[in-house]
Design a protein around this ligand. Structure first.
Ligand SMILES: O=C(CO)COP(=O)(O)O
Length: 248
């Protein structure tokens, strides 16, 4: 079965109601390719508002969540709360969470496990730093990060999208070349075939993220193992529509 292209917009800590209205109106105008799954990652405080104005064809994700349903965790939100307001997707393990908020592989895995057990769908992020790439450790790092997720995901791979986001390409304007991205995606798929199953390797969608724009999306989207994008800066702009439509 061909993998359905999936494009996520990660707004990060950006936007206010005016800007959100503009972004959503622009997406409504589209037109967005109906064959593409579209998921927007919204700051938690605006999730309810976005859910109230967005058409059903656009899915909404939180950018983070905690690893238990409720309790004394000041400032956190849980998958149970997200589901309560109709949000079914969450981005977990973004490199900004890993670096700025010190989330390690173990915590990321615990969050992924709990979100999946709660019935949510997860965009799980992995990716190497510039230092790691230059030291020739890209595969070692992304395999280690993925390995940590395997027991957390268990048999729920159908509810997971992997996002390969090389840290050096995030917000820098330095996109991985289509060949660089395709190489990592292909090795990841090969690793999944050897360490999980051929079926999972074939079915799981791997997004590329890192300075994706309308100008580079078409070429990246033409790579065999790139099944979508996780878009930061450009997801706040009208060009997000072109990125969604990159396979058209
Ligand atoms: O981190 C990203 C998406 O999660 C990528 O961000 P940019 O597209 O701004 O580089």
């Amino acid at each position: 079965m061909p993998r359905k292209f999936v494009v996520g917009g990660n707004w990060k800590m950006n936007g206010d109601k005016n800007m959100i209205n503009e972004i959503i109106n622009n997406m409504k105008k589209g037109p967005l390719d109906k064959e593409v799954e579209v998921i927007i990652g919204v700051p938690s405080i605006y999730l309810t508002y976005v859910k109230s104005i967005v058409p059903d064809t656009i899915q909404v994700a939180a950018q983070n969540c905690w690893k238990v349903p409720k309790g004394a965790f000041t400032g956190e939100i849980s998958p149970a709360m997200l589901k309560d307001i109709g949000v079914n997707w969450v981005i977990i393990g973004h490199s900004e969470r890993r670096t700025i908020f010190h989330e390690d592989d173990t915590l990321v895995a615990e969050k992924v496990a709990h979100a999946l057990e709660s019935g949510m769908k997860v965009i799980a992020c992995i990716g190497e730093t510039l230092e790691e790439r230059e030291a020739g450790k890209t595969e070692e790092v992304v395999f280690r990060q993925t390995q940590a997720l395997v027991p957390a995901i268990g048999d729920k791979w159908a509810n997971v999208v992997l996002a390969y986001e090389p840290v050096w390409a995030i917000g820098t304007g330095k996109t991985a070349s289509p060949q660089q991205a395709q190489d990592v995606h292909a090795s990841l798929r090969n690793w999944l075939a050897n360490n999980v199953s051929a079926q999972v390797a074939d079915a799981v969608r791997i997004q590329y993220g890192g300075s994706v724009t309308a100008a580079n999306a078409v070429e990246l989207a033409s790579c065999a193992d790139i099944d979508g994008f996780l878009v930061g800066g450009a997801s706040l702009k009208p060009e997000f529509v072109n990125i969604v439509n990159a396979t058209k």
